[in-house]
Design a protein around this ligand. Structure first.
Ligand code: SF4
Length: 67
């Protein structure tokens, strides 16, 4: 599974980090979300929820989560 955050699109709202802290982290320097552990998507099961709740659709989740 591959998870990416489009840095140009992200507005740093923090929703993804709140929904799925195992995978997304709001970077203090850029103020934007970054993927800290894409492999965590496999077991955390919250990547899709984060993707759906991103207000600007900056998150792309590719591949089968297995859920
Ligand atoms: S939910 Fe979307 S806009 Fe908000 S911090 Fe995450 S990637 Fe950025």
């Amino acid at each position: 599974m591959n998870v990416t955050v489009d840095q140009d699109t992200c507005i740093g709202c923090g929703a993804c980090a709140e929904i799925c802290p195992a995978v997304f982290h709001l970077d203090e320097e850029t103020g934007k979300s970054r993927v800290i552990d894409p492999d965590a998507c496999e077991y955390a099961g919250c990547c899709e929820a984060a993707e759906e709740n991103c207000p600007v659709e900056a998150i792309t989740v590719e591949g089968d989560s297995g859920f």
